[in-house]
Write a protein that binds this ligand. Structure first.
Ligand code: ADP
Ligand code: ZN
Length: 717
């Protein structure tokens, strides 16, 4: 097996031109019979690393996966591209599994997916040994380690694999494993020496944005307005929140459903299946949602509130844009959310670690530096430069000397004797006339009204900055009162200067973001016409073949069709994601729609000019028949037909450059020699039979006929 064979299989089955970083090295290592550990982010393309060996190596690849709900999807997806795959797990009837077993024994399967229980069931190894196995792929391999976050006791028995099949390479794949888990994983599987392949966790197609958690519903509805058809997930903290939000969104006219662990299993399955099949646009979910789904065309993910740590956050936003096309993520953040999470962690076993992780999450949300850099840093990856696709990069913050402002705030806190919350401190600074302030005589202190010129909203943000900078802190054990940190002294008494970020830039940023999304949306809307038509075709085919729509073609592939407008098999085959089987099965259905669309567009751009005259205009403008055909997305013969028609209608141009000089003579000869009024087919057969296949074609015959007809008319008049 060679890299060329691997590449050919990638093109033939999946329609992709190139491997992603690491994929080919992993495949080559399998070809060499070596064990390997693969760490790639969700959507990074792990499956390809065992699917390509499976179709290029002799024997069957056995894939062990704990996610039974995913097995069927994966197998359906493989079958749709012409790869022979099947699965064995506890959800099947006896006759179903019997059929699969027979297929395996007959050597008919490229891939066999099994659940760990099935793999370890008595006699199964003996069964497997009846055929040649080229590879064991262990998906979600972190489940084997008690260090990992999804430990599955049944996975620990997988160590028996290497003993029973010492010569078959093992590929352990995971999206989430720290160094310790990874080492443990390798040891448990008996492949401690295996090479580790660690792909970048960067997902550049995901945009990152954080917004203050105020008027969240309103912000969400604004966000959705630009995305009328795009599927997305909104992660909520509580079951109640999922239901309330889904209800509100439905009231606003969106298809939205709640999903949480409290729903009956059948209802959960239905919500999931409707989402996968594009029958429902939005799912408002607790974190339980998304684990077992492979839907690649999730276009956005919103966090209604902040997740507990960056691992969860990254995994959840990772469910967007798995097809590689642009996708947007949005995190709402407020200090209150942080406090709520902090309370939830409380003081249980490993509270310290959890609190530290929560603080890193908060730092991310608070950050005024490129968010992707922070994220990748967290996953021990140095990105080296700002990403250009996060809210901070889109509109970098501007700093100013905020010393006076900071002094006012800190001194207000000091004079209020550190006995009030942030809200009250701001009211005092703004000189509020609230009764409570008068009653407590806060209007008597020196800083009362010293910050009138700044809005309460802006003050809130400045307080957040002072907290992040370590001058103030909120004592949540003492009724969330805002207190002075030791560093505050230096500002109040030792002349330390304080740099703050201008609120105007934050506001401008928000405005710019709105503008940007609106622009993007209008680009999307322009394309919505054809894209929507293609989506409709996709839905129909999906139904017909009993698979989810994204397994017909994913969004990225449809988007490329919208941009390229392929109308021939050759053009269609060049679209990324269109392999041989899918071209054959689905190509025509999509091209029919694209051709119609192109013709409509052409008509619209021509205004009232009839199609054949538009071709003539282009011809008289100096374009060749081939160029006109390409420009107008027509066949060359159609263009020749157009020109012939114009000629017969009396247009004045030299037609004789479009066919060989001998052609009129040949046609004359054919007409003489064939029975009376021969059809075009007979004439053409006569001429190509006698003078060679490239002497004349249909389109040219059209032209010659037009030429002869006008000559004859001229002769008689
Ligand atoms: P993972 O299992 O790592 O979450 P998948 O294997 O499901 O990721 O791949 C995610 C998406 O990326 C799929 O739609 C897959 O077809 C696509 N993909 C994988 N490899 C390539 C490649 N070399 N070129 C283009 N797309 C790819
Ligand atoms: Zn950035």
């Amino acid at each position: 097996m060679t890299p060329e064979q691997a590449r050919a299989a990638l093109k033939k089955y999946f329609g992709y031109d190139d491997f992603r970083p690491q994929q080919l090295s992993i495949i080559e290592s399998v070809y060499a019979g070596k064990d390997g550990i693969v760490l790639m982010p969700t959507g990074g393309g792990k499956s390809m690393c065992f699917q390509i060996p499976a179709v290029t190596m002799p024997g069957t690849a056995v894939v062990v996966s704990p996610l039974i709900s995913l097995m069927k999807d994966q197998v359906d997806g493989l079958n749709a591209v012409g790869i022979r795959a099947a699965f064995l797990n506890s959800t099947q009837s006896g006759s179903e599994s019997h059929g699969v077993e027979t297929a395996y024994e007959d050597g008919e399967l490229h891939l066999l997916y099994v659940s760990p229980e099935k793999l370890l069931s008595p006699g199964f190894f003996t069964f497997l040994k009846r055929r040649n196995i080229c590879l064991f792929a262990i998906d979600e391999a972190h489940c084997i380690s008690a260090w990992g976050h999804d430990f599955r006791p049944e996975y620990t028995q997988l160590k028996r694999l290497k003993e029973a099949f010492p010569d078959v390479p093992i590929l352990a794949l995971t999206a989430t494993a720290d160094r310790l888990t990874r080492r443990d994983m390798a040891e448990q599987l008996g492949i401690a020496e295996a090479q580790q392949f660690i792909a970048s966790f960067n997902r550049p197609n995901l945009s990152l944005a954080v917004r203050p958690g105020r008027k969240r519903r309103e912000q969400i509805i604004n966000f959705l307005r630009d995305r009328p058809f795009e599927a997305g997930i909104i992660y909520c903290l509580s079951r109640k929140q999922t239901e309330a939000l889904a209800g509100k969104l439905r009231e606003a006219g969106y298809q939205a459903e709640a999903y949480h662990a409290g729903l009956p299993a059948a209802e959960r399955a239905r919500v999931q299946s409707d989402f996968i099949n594009d029958k429902n646009q939005i799912v408002c979910a607790t974190i339980a949602f998304g684990m077992g789904i492979d839907k690649s065309n999730v276009r956005w993910v919103i966090h209604y509130s902040m997740p507990k740590n960056l691992e969860n956050y990254y995994q959840e936003i990772g469910r967007a844009g798995r097809d590689g096309a642009e996708a947007d993520t949005l995190l709402f953040y407020s200090y209150n959310d942080y406090m709520t999470l902090k309370d939830m962690i409380g003081s249980n076993g490993n509270a310290d670690i959890q609190l530290a992780k929560l603080d890193r999450m908060k730092e991310y949300a608070d950050s005024l530096a490129c968010r992707r850099r922070i994220l990748l840093n967290y996953f021990s990856e140095d990105h080296g430069e700002d990403c250009g696709n996060c809210d901070i990069c889109e509109n970098p913050p501007e700093r100013f000397d905020g010393t006076v402002l900071a002094q006012k705030a800190l001194s207000a806190v000091a004079r209020l004797r550190e006995s009030v919350g942030v809200g009250m401190a701001i009211d005092v600074l703004r000189g509020s006339a609230r009764a409570e302030i008068r009653n407590r005589r806060y209007d008597q202190i020196k800083t009362y009204g010293a910050g009138r010129d700044i809005s309460a909203f802006d003050w809130n943000q400045y307080f957040s900055q002072l907290i992040s900078l370590g001058y103030l802190y909120v004592a949540h054990e003492d009724f969330n009162k805002v207190k002075l940190a030791p560093a505050a002294r230096r500002v109040l008494f030792e002349g330390e200067t304080v740099e703050l970020v201008k609120m105007t830039t934050i506001k401008e940023r928000r405005e710019q973001e709105d503008k940007k999304t609106a622009q993007r949306a209008s680009v999307r809307k322009e394309k919505v016409g054809l894209f929507e038509e293609l989506r409709a075709v996709r839905r129909e085919l999906a139904q017909q073949f009993g698979i989810p729509p994204y397994l017909v073609f994913n969004d990225a592939t449809l988007q490329e069709m919208v941009a390229e407008k392929p109308i021939t098999d050759a053009e269609m085959a060049r679209i990324s994601g269109v392999g041989e089987r899918k071209l054959h099965r689905f190509g025509d259905a999509f091209m029919t729609v694209i051709r119609k669309h192109v013709r409509r567009e052409d008509k619209a751009s021509r205004g009232d000019t009839p199609s054949h005259e538009a071709s003539l205009q282009a011809f008289q403008g100096g374009a060749t028949v081939q160029q006109i055909a390409e420009q107008r997305r027509l066949s060359e013969n159609t263009v020749r037909g157009h020109l012939a028609k114009c000629y017969l209608e009396g247009a004045d141009f030299d037609l004789t450059t479009l066919f060989r000089a001998e052609a009129p003579g040949w046609v004359e000869e054919a007409v003489q020699n064939l029975p009376e009024s021969p059809g075009a087919k007979d004439v053409l057969e006569y001429i190509t039979g006698k003078y060679g296949t490239d002497a004349l074609d249909y389109g040219q015959l059209h032209l010659v006929n037009a030429y002869r007809q006008r000559e004859a008319e001229n002769a008689t008049s």
